[in-house]
Design a protein around this ligand. Structure first.
Ligand code: ACM
Length: 714
């Protein structure tokens, strides 16, 4: 054993230092978001325990706190303890910050977030007009930290940076399922690390009213099961965000999505109560009664309270998914529509929004709402928040309205990072002119909470949101997917330094799954980890048709451990492409892939052999273990046909494709992500006689097209 181990360690050291040396030579830094302008220079600034930060020009508590947080992370990553004392001569420090001024006291949409960063072998100089600009630069500085043969260094660079969009947000749904303070705080840290600057809290919905109202305490007392933020706690969140240069603004979704309001105040609804907090998911009918003056009185009081609590100028009134069946069924409201000349229920909704607008404005706020609130009579300083798509956003912009995009950034839908990354609020082929383009302020990633617990939320937000943050910050032409995927895992690990649990929690959940130590538990956890690394939760809204859940359902099943965008499956797909494009599989071209597959097909027997009393859990893993062995063996056979340069029989091909169709069907609400590339191997084996007449790229395209399933299997 011993010599073997030493040999492996030596090999590891050689390959790690080779990778590091390559980084230095090619000067590739794992930055996300990429700066607007970046030039690499020779060498780098050594980081030793003498490292110190000097602040020249403006210096305040927010800036010093940001420097302290940066030093905490720098020390963690380097294992160095720095002195932490500001140097006597600020200009001689390893990192000199030249800050022009405090910027806005409360982070604002027009905050100057630009900065420049020059790093040479002797010093780093960070210049910014505002404290928030300096904070953005400090995040870049930390991302430039890397190991080298000579110890830790900050890569030498010259960076000029500023954001593409001023509104770069994350929306967290705290209404459907409760998310406590620590979840919000650690995610604010993650946001700051990737230069996001807006936290949108979706505070009320059918399933919960999550803020204390001193004027109308029945709202939170009866609408939240006791899970709400006191005003003091919300102030703490707002201050925590302010210290990181992040705006916080609230959404109170009305007139629909309001069941939780009606538990304490049934008189506001369009249908006679009583009401109970909604526990399930969907579009529900309870809706405010726009003909009732008591509705506007309560909203006036409540919005007044909230306007005082949240310093941000924007207040989101929701406005989405109003089907209005309770309006149709209410004769008083039908009369009201006629009396006011409102035409129909869309007119009634518009009337309600006009009334709300006056209340929002009275309390000094600007209104923001989902696409449905759009009406040409609204003032031009409202913001249209588009969940329906870029088209509705563009239509609003053409009429002179500002907007932000969330369609395409619904991270709860478990889509791959690349799809979100390539989704652009103002795409290259936009039909908007220059002036209209400026009306698109940016976008927000949205984490809706139907399938999200405090334990799983981080892994649903990160790391994919880092790539979305790059879309909002970096120039439009930064859109190389392969390059993004090279940087993302590095940033993902760094995000853990901030206390984010997107990598830790799935591991803990996996251990919980298998449970108390017994013979071989670690071995089984290892095998299950590999199996789960090859699956992804079903995408879009499919999970809702496969599993029933309420806001109390534990989110601790296999699908909750599984992550969107399987890196292992992506790697496999890429290796399969290489093999398909190869002229021949002689000389062990497929050796590494065969090794990987051999490991996979050995997993199921371990899992099938598990002898523990956890019936639900093993029942979830078993069919997938079966699919894995089946799929792996088909891949092995297809590679064997390709290696032998022999064409399999038509029957063999038909049979394997039909087995793969079965394996492609989701089980336990997860999908095995290696099925598609294995289909490609089968097609490549079946049609290999055509290979010679095509270029490698044509051949790959041919195989991929033919292997693509005709329809999504259900
Ligand atoms: C929404 O997804 N209904 C805003």
């Amino acid at each position: 054993m011993r010599p073997n181990k030493i040999f492996i360690i030596a090999l590891l050291i050689v390959s790690i230092s080779t990778a590091m040396a390559q980084n230095r030579v090619t000067a590739y830094s794992y930055l996300m978001p990429m700066p607007a302008s970046l030039q690499y220079k020779e060498g780098g600034l050594k980081v030793t325990s003498a490292f110190a930060v000097g602040i020249k020009g403006h210096n305040d508590e927010r800036l010093r706190a940001a420097v302290d947080r940066m030093l905490n992370r720098l020390e963690m990553r380097t294992t160095l303890a720095t002195s932490r004392k500001p140097p006597a001569d600020a200009a001689s420090a390893a990192l000199v910050i030249e800050c022009g001024g405090p910027g806005k006291t409360i982070p604002a949409l027009d905050e100057d977030e630009s900065y420049s960063l020059d790093v040479s072998g002797s010093q780093a100089v960070l210049k910014a007009a505002t404290v928030v600009g300096a904070m953005r630069g400090l995040e870049t500085f930390l991302q430039l930290l890397d190991g080298s043969k000579d110890g830790f260094v900050i890569q030498a660079v010259s960076i000029q940076d500023k954001p593409r969009f001023p509104w770069r947000g994350l929306m967290i749904d705290i209404a459907r399922r409760w998310q406590p303070m620590e979840v919000i705080k650690r995610n604010l840290d993650g946001m700051a690390a990737v230069k996001l600057n807006v936290l949108h809290l979706h505070i009320t919905d059918d399933q919960g009213f999550r803020i204390e109202s001193k004027l109308y305490p029945k709202l939170h007392q009866m609408g939240s099961d006791g899970n709400y933020y006191t005003q003091a706690q919300m102030k703490e969140i707002i201050e925590y965000a302010r210290m990181r240069g992040i705006r916080v603004y609230p959404e109170f979704d009305t007139p629909g999505h309001t069941t939780s309001w009606f538990v304490g105040h049934p008189e506001l609804a369009s249908k006679v109560g009583p009401y109970e907090i909604e526990r399930g998911w969907g579009v529900y009918q309870p809706v405010m009664d726009p003909s009732n003056e008591a509705v506007y009185q309560l909203l006036d009081g409540f919005f007044g309270e909230m306007a005082a609590l949240f310093p941000d100028p924007y207040l989101h009134i929701g406005g989405d998914e109003v089907e209005g069946k309770d309006w149709d069924a209410n004769q008083n409201l039908q009369n009201f529509i006629i009396q006011k000349g409102l035409k129909d229920k869309e007119g009634l909704h518009a009337y309600y929004n006009q009334r709300l607008l006056k209340i929002v404005q009275k309390h000094g706020k600007k209104m923001i709402g989902w696409d449905e609130i759009f009406h040409p009579n609204l003032p031009k300083d409202i913001v249209i928040h588009s969940w329906r798509g870029p088209k509705s956003l563009a239509e609003a912009a053409k009429k002179g309205f500002t907007g932000i995009l969330s369609n395409g950034y619904y991270i709860d839908l478990m889509q791959p990072t690349s799809e979100h990354y390539l989704n652009d609020p103002v795409p290259e082929n936009t039909t908007l002119n220059e002036a209209e383009q400026k009306l698109i302020l940016g976008g927000e990633a949205t984490i809706w909470a139907e399938w999200t617990s405090p334990e799983t939320i981080d892994s649903r937000i990160w790391p994919r949101t880092a790539a979305i943050a790059e879309r909002f910050w970096s120039p439009r032409n930064v859109r190389d997917v392969a390059d993004m995927y090279q940087r993302l895992p590095v940033i993902s690990v760094q995000l853990e330094d901030l206390g984010l649990l997107h990598k830790k929690n799935p591991e803990a959940m996996l251990r919980r799954w298998i449970g108390t130590p017994f013979g071989g538990a670690d071995f089984i956890v290892d095998r299950l980890r590999t199996l789960i690394s090859l699956v992804e939760p079903v995408k879009g809204y499919r999970r809702g048709s496969m599993q029933k859940a309420t806001q109390f359902t534990p989110m601790t099943r296999m699908v909750d451990i599984a992550q969107a965008d399987s890196a292992a499956a992506r790697q496999f797909a890429s290796e399969v492409e290489t093999i398909i494009k190869a002229d021949s599989l002689k000389n062990g071209v497929a050796a590494s892939l065969k090794g990987v597959i051999a490991e996979w097909v050995s997993i199921p027997s371990t899992i099938i052999g598990i002898d523990i009393q956890k019936p639900n859990i093993i029942a979830e893993a078993l069919p997938l273990a079966g699919d894995l062995i089946q799929t792996g063996m088909i891949a092995q056979e297809a590679i064997a046909w390709l290696e032998a340069q022999k064409t399999p029989s038509a029957e063999w091909v038909t049979e394997q494709l039909s087995r793969l169709d079965e394996a492609a069907k989701p089980k336990a609400a997860v999908e095995l992500m290696i099925v598609k590339p294995v289909r490609e191997l089968v097609i490549a084996a079946a049609d290999q006689s055509r290979r010679a007449s095509m270029s490698a790229d044509e051949w790959l395209k041919y195989v991929k097209t033919k292997a693509a399933p005709q329809k999504t299997p259900r």
